[in-house]
Design a protein around this ligand. Structure first.
Ligand code: HSE
Length: 298
């Protein structure tokens, strides 16, 4: 008799880089993709997504199969159901959520043989960099680095009192395109600039010195090169600061712009919405908080 076992995984959105922490900082947000997995007698069935993703090239499926192969566990067939709320190709970690969903689903199908470290390593291997994967798995604000192809990560405590307002345009920007505009070398002074900002940023987050976030999120390694890909980038940054944002940065590779505000600031959202309504493109404003749990089986 065929025993049906349904595995459910919930993975948070993430905002990587946080200004100066290119490819190493990221934080998890309370916006989620959910995935359900079920072993079936044969074939592949994918539901809950656009028709063009209902095939073997689906990122969740590819991550799951890669993981099952690594574990050495065979499935006869697979049914995957997806419920996605993270907007894709917007710099909010939707690919990382899909990859992690696949890896976690496969791990549970195979009887949970993988450690968190294994999961982090496999998922990062697929994504290419750990800054979305690590916070999506662990929750909160996470620093991660790759050393000899191994991921080392550490959570940083964040003082209470801030929320994250994601300004999400209705156009997409692929990470590939946003990485292609980056230079292969940067001036020494730009590297030093970021070392100072990223250190200040982490100290400001953990100590609750939110007045320092504005300077702490400044970056000279990727934002200056990517700004031109996002219409209105500089003016939205300036407007957000004028409206009282504690710090504003390009989320991941963009095009989403993230504004951090005090959690009791009720005016910012209304005023930035009014401002964005006057722009050429449509911008959606999401009122988010940090997720502290990371990915979970439901
Ligand atoms: N650190 C990455 C980048 C995040 O900025 O290209 C996007 O996946």
């Amino acid at each position: 008799m065929w025993v049906r076992v349904m595995i459910k995984v919930k993975v948070p959105a993430t905002s990587a880089n946080i200004g100066p922490g290119f490819d190493s900082l990221g934080l998890a947000l309370n916006l989620y993709n959910k995935f359900a997995f079920e072993e079936i007698p044969q074939g592949l069935e994918i539901t809950g997504c656009d028709g063009r993703y209902k095939n073997k090239y689906n990122l969740v499926y590819r991550a799951a199969i890669k993981t099952l192969v690594k574990i050495g566990y065979k499935v006869s067939g697979l049914r995957i159901h997806m419920e996605t709320t993270i907007p894709p190709s917007r710099g909010l970690g939707s690919s990382a959520a899909c990859i992690l969903g696949g890896v976690l689903g496969a791990n549970k199908l195979a009887g949970m043989p993988l450690s968190k470290e294994d999961i982090l390593g496999i998922a990062t291997g697929i994504e290419g960099h750990p800054d979305n994967i690590a916070p999506a798995l662990l929750g909160g604000l996470v620093v991660s680095i790759l050393e000899d192809k191994k991921v080392y990560s550490s959570q940083v405590p964040v003082a209470k009192g801030i929320k994250f307002i994601a300004l999400v345009p209705d156009f997409t920007l692929s990470t590939k395109k946003a990485r292609a505009v980056l230079p292969s070398n940067v001036p020494y002074k730009d590297a030093v600039y970021n070392v100072g900002r990223v250190s200040l940023l982490l100290s400001a987050f953990s100590s609750g010195r939110f007045d320092l976030l504005k300077l702490g999120v400044k970056d000279s390694l990727h934002q200056p090169y990517r700004g031109d890909l996002i219409q209105g980038f500089q003016s939205i940054l300036e407007k957000s600061e004028e409206l009282g944002s504690l710090g504003v940065y390009l989320s991941g590779a963009g095009p989403t712009i993230m504004a951090m505000v005090e959690e009791d600031n009720m005016d910012f959202i209304r005023e930035i919405r009014n401002y964005l309504d006057s722009m050429n493109y449509k911008w959606n404003v999401l009122d988010l908080e940090m997720d502290l749990c990371g990915a979970v089986y439901e």
